[in-house]
Every structure is written in structure tokens, then in C-alpha cells.
Design a protein around this ligand. Structure first.
Ligand SMILES: [Ca+2]
Length: 137
């Protein structure tokens, strides 16, 4: 897990050129980068890492390792969001969700399309949280 964070931050922190070609003036950046590597990931960083990990866990099951096929999407929904899925009385809801999320209509969900699902669910959760707290006042 920690490896993923390192990967993310090292991708951002380093120019595409190799280590050898870095001028000595970059030593500060390198030191900061090392420090960032050593420190414990923040809650936000861990959340990002988890989202990537869970996406790859399902996307890696068949076909393209970095896209969710319909089967992988259903497997994800029925496992990770079982409470949500079970509550849906309409059996076509997952089909329609998949179609709606698949913005480029290639029959696969890439990470961006997957994030739209997570984002949408997070917004819905947050809205019901806000509503609930307004009722209490
Ligand atoms: Ca797609």
C-alpha cells in the first residue's frame, strides 16, 4: 500500500529526465522528496491510495487491467457497495449506472469514469448528512 503513495508522489516530484541529469541545485527538492517519502501518509493520501487499490483490484480481474468491464463493475458493486446494491428494487439499475458512467461508451470504466461514480455517491452521502444535521437544529 505504502508503495502506491510513493509512486504517486515520486511521479509528481521528479522531472521526466533521469536522476543523473539533475543539476545539483535540485538537492533541496530531492531532500524534500525523501522527507515526504519517509513521513506517514495523511488520511487524504490514504484515501486516494485506497481508491486506486480498490479500482485495480477489480479492474485486474479480466481483459484490460486498468479498465472495469461490465462484469468487473458488477462484481465491484455487489461486493464493495453491497448495501447500496441490495437496496435497489429495480434490477436494471446497475445496467443503467454502467451506461451512464461509461462516458466514452467503450463498454469499460476507466479510473476517471470510476471516480465519477465514487464522487457521485460521496456527494449523495454528504447531502443526506447535511439534511440530517439540519433536521436536528
Ligand atoms: Ca469508458
Amino acid at each position: 500500500m505504502g508503495k502506491l503513495t510513493m509512486l504517486i508522489w515520486s511521479t509528481d516530484a521528479q522531472p521526466s529526465t533521469s536522476h543523473k541529469s539533475l543539476p545539483p541545485t535540485n538537492s533541496d527538492t530531492q531532500r524534500d522528496h525523501k522527507k515526504a517519502k519517509m513521513s506517514k501518509p495523511t488520511e487524504t493520501e490514504r484515501c486516494i491510495e485506497s481508491l486506486i487499490a480498490v479500482f485495480q483490484k477489480y479492474s485486474g480481474k479480466d481483459g484490460n487491467s486498468f479498465q472495469l468491464s461490465k462484469t468487473e463493475f458488477l462484481s465491484f458493486m455487489n461486493t464493495e457497495l453491497a448495501a447500496f446494491t441490495k437496496n435497489q428494487k429495480d434490477p436494471g439499475v446497475l445496467d443503467r449506472m454502467m451506461k451512464k458512467l461509461d462516458l466514452n461508451s467503450d463498454g469499460q470504466l476507466d479510473f476517471q469514469e470510476f471516480l465519477n461514480l465514487i464522487g457521485g455517491l460521496a456527494v449523495a452521502c454528504h447531502e443526506s448528512f447535511v439534511k440530517a444535521s439540519q433536521k436536528r437544529v
